[in-house]
Design a protein. Sequence first.
Length: 255
Amino acid sequence: MCFAGSRQSGGVMGAAGWATALFVASTLLLDAARCDEVTIRSMDEFLAWNARIENKNPIDDVVTLETDLDFASLPKVNVRYIGLAATRRPFTGTFNGNNHTISNLVMLNMGGLIQEAALFGEIASGGTVRNLNFDSSCMFQGSFAASVAAYMSGGIIENVHSAAVVNGMQAGGIVANVTATKAAVVVKDCSFSGVVQVHHIKEDISRAGAALAYLFTSPDVTVSNFTSTGTIYGVSTKEEVHMGSLVGEASSSTK
């Protein structure tokens, strides 16, 4: 069993808590041992673990969340603050949220060098995210934006429920893009009750869906028992905007 971070109690961190979290994170970065099992009991522990995986590829930890995560004390972040959200380092482990809730996580990445906005940059084959909630205080804004994953090339998302605001060129309530893959992609027992908003600002087609924005040449995709009570809308002054109550656009078959 690995231990990630300090065991300080408390919810919203002040300046001292933030400084402590950074100190713990820098200490953990010196530890070269791989952390296969992680239990997160506080925001400090989440931030420390997040820093620890900064150079891990793939991210294959088995994570158990034992607390709600409130990001209110952090600045409105870009993905550099959230190592999970880094692309090209796929998540292939297990993240069990134990039905806890993420709140006040705001990622504003539209138009910058980093354009993905989601808790995970990519979920790949073997990766599982389950039993997690995002409340309406969360916002994800980027070219590829979603609550859970900007890209999914395999793996399972199960029992995840989001009321977040998602704003992007490829915007999905749960996943933005399912990329070209031969691995199975499964989204099941999930729901979206937030707002998906797509703004078309370039020459490419934009997509928006309550579950997934865009399925790109992925033959084995299953979306089952999905509930959508959210709002989906788009604005375009140039090219097309494809929108759907489940999937914005599918270029290959979806079960």
